[in-house]
Design a protein. Structure first.
Length: 604
């Protein structure tokens, strides 16, 4: 309705200009002034009425927001200020024009004034009637409406009180003609702002829009003004402008997308998320969906910055181990001073099927945007059906602090484990460590970690008690644009295991390296392949051989994983160890295969 009335306005303005030109050519000044008076009075009256009703409709739609009262009152005050300012301009221009006319046109001016007063009175009546329709919104709203009405009425009266004493009645037609000529085109300003935004000159577009507050409420102007305001850091103003546009056109996904960006820039992540999802629901082009997903992922990460996260998993499986006791494959060995010895059946490799189960939980709590604490614990059991004495139970726990500083991530953690096996000594451990990760690029990172672990054996095996200190350096490289999206991890480590029971022959220096590659052929299918090497040089001669011991351990692993659902996955694992020692008794070869089913849930 409003757009049709504005079209009629434009037609009236065009007709007025045509009449002026026609009358001037015929030197019929009296007819010129009468024409201008009548048509211009109608134009201004209808223009004011349309603008007022448009603003009222928009503002009353916005009463769901807390700032609606302030906006309604500010609208009325602004209307009064604009009326007074523009009238003052007209007065100054008219004082010059007055000299061009003689006093003989006084009567025509009075007629013009009377004609103009009729639509003004109609407007005031419509204002009263419109505001009365909203009485049902409550007493508070009524007060706001009445206050706005009085402000507008006072604006009319003030304008007329200024104009009447200063000008002769015959000049009203000239005043109204000047008003038509000085009318600002909303479309022209909006188009200029659009061009500036496209030229990456958002600051200039915002400055231009700020010079025309009278255009606020025009959808085209509000859209470009909102975009410019958001891009130049005036986010609150951008949000208000874009909200006004969306109230008029709630199905406009382009405006909704810009409003979502403004909410995001303002830190209103929940509202931004709702708007982004509303746009995504309407299936926009792939490029828009990709952009929305980037914002949604970042919002999810930001939400997690101050939100505790937790999860748990349960894992069941079964497998086969060809050398449960990690025994040498030879039957006979030769020891100094003793000679050849034949190994018993229990010292030879023993094969067995095993069952496996594990359960664990994790927890993380942000303290600030850069600091969080974390903890996790798990327990597992591996039970052999064909071999006695090697069933293993292990419980692990870790807790620490994570600090993020731009591309740098620091972790400090303490850990401990309790292990139990039927016959073979295994240690309980506890210790602490630190890790530093530097994000070099979007696809590369480097890592440096240090740790110290105490290995505490049962009392009858105290001779094996030791401290293990380790330093590890790693590098990761991702290839997200390559098929299967491979990720490569490489690491070098050096450590020293020091025996604390005066048995240097059980202490050793260990240097090693690992290489691992992960692949994602599909969203549900994953492959991991790894290889490793570790060399151990013992601190003293072996007691049995009376010679220095040196081991070279080669390892490999492969994992195939398939996600059945978001929480449930199936996995096949294969591991291989080949320890080659210069002392034949300590050499062995072992491989293990297993199938596992895992259910994992997290609060994200």
């Amino acid at each position: 309705m409003f757009s049709q009335l504005r079209s009629s306005l434009t037609h009236l303005q065009t007709t007025a200009n045509g009449l002026v030109k026609h009358c001037v050519k015929k030197l019929d000044y009296a007819l010129c002034i009468i024409s201008l008076s009548v048509l211009t009075g109608l134009v201004l009256s209808f223009n004011l009425l349309i603008s007022l009703l448009s603003e009222c409709a928009k503002k009353f739609k916005a009463f769901a927001y807390p700032f609606a009262y302030q906006n309604a009152y500010a609208l009325c005050v602004r209307s009064q200020e604009i009326w007074l300012r523009e009238t003052s301009k007209i007065v100054r221009i008219t004082l010059v024009i007055c000299k061009l006319f003689d006093d003989g046109l006084v009567y025509l001016g009075k007629v013009t004034l009377n004609l103009f007063s009729i639509p003004v009175n109609v407007i005031i009546f419509v204002i009263r009637l419109t505001f009365m329709c909203f009485n049902q919104l409550g007493e508070d709203l009524r007060k706001v409406v009445v206050t706005g009405y009085h402000c507008m009425r006072d604006g009319f009266n003030a304008a007329l009180n200024i104009s009447i004493p200063l000008m002769k009645p015959s000049m009203y037609g000239a005043i109204l003609a000047t008003a038509i000529i000085g009318t600002t085109s909303n479309a022209d300003v909006a188009d200029e702002m659009k061009v500036l935004i496209e030229q990456k000159k958002s600051a200039e577009a915002y400055a231009l829009g700020s010079k025309h507050p009278e255009l606020m409420g025009d959808p085209l102007f509000d859209y470009f003004y909102g975009v410019a305001a958001t891009e130049t850091g005036h986010v609150s103003m951008g949000v208000l402008s874009l909200e006004r546009v969306l109230l008029n056109d709630p199905n406009n996904d382009l405006v909704r997308l810009e409003l979502a960006r403004a909410y995001y820039a303002q830190g209103e992540y929940l509202r931004a998320k709702d708007e982004f999802l509303a746009v995504k629901k309407n299936q926009p082009p792939a490029g828009v969906v990709s952009t929305i997903n980037v914002y949604l992922d970042d919002i999810k990460a930001k939400e997690g910055m101050y939100k505790a996260t937790y999860g748990f998993y349960v894992e069941l499986g079964m497998g086969y181990n060809n050398n449960v006791n990690a025994a040498t494959a030879v039957n006979n060995i030769i020891l100094p001073y003793i000679g050849p010895i034949t190994l018993g059946a229990s010292s030879l490799p023993q094969k067995s099927v095993f069952g496996y189960d594990s359960i664990g939980a994790n927890f993380a709590m942000p303290i600030t945007s850069d600091v969080s604490v974390f903890a996790n614990a798990n327990t597992s059991a591996q039970r052999y059906s064909q071999v006695n004495g090697y069933n293993l139970n292990v419980t692990n726990a870790t807790t620490g602090v994570k600090i993020t500083d731009g591309p740098n991530t620091y972790k400090i953690a303490g850990f401990g484990s309790i292990a139990q096996i039927d016959q073979v000594p295994v240690p309980n451990t506890y210790g602490a460590g630190g890790e530093y990760v530097r994000q070099l690029t979007d696809t590369q990172s480097a890592m440096l970690a240090v740790g110290s672990t105490v290995l505490q054996y049962p009392s009858q095996f105290n001779a094996y008690n030791s401290n293990l200190n380790i330093v590890t350096a790693g590098y990761r490289k991702a290839f997200p644009t390559v098929k299967w999206k491979p990720v490569l991890d490489a690491a070098l480590s050096t450590s020293h295991q020091t025996d604390t029971s005066n048995r240097p022959d059980l202490g050793r220096k260990i240097n090693g390296a690992t290489l691992q590659a992960s692949f994602l052929p599909t969203d549900k299918f994953g492959i991991t392949l790894g290889a490793g090497y570790a060399q151990s040089k013992y601190d003293a001669n072996d007691l049995l051989y009376q010679a220095a011991r040196k081991d070279n351990l080669y390892s490999g692993n492969a994992v195939l994983q398939y996600k059945l659902t978001k929480e449930l996955s199936a996995r096949m694992e294969f591991t291989y160890y080949n320890n080659q020692s210069n002392l034949v008794l300590y050499g062995y070869e072992q491989w293990t295969g297993a199938i596992k089913l895992r259910y994992a849930w997290d609060s994200n």
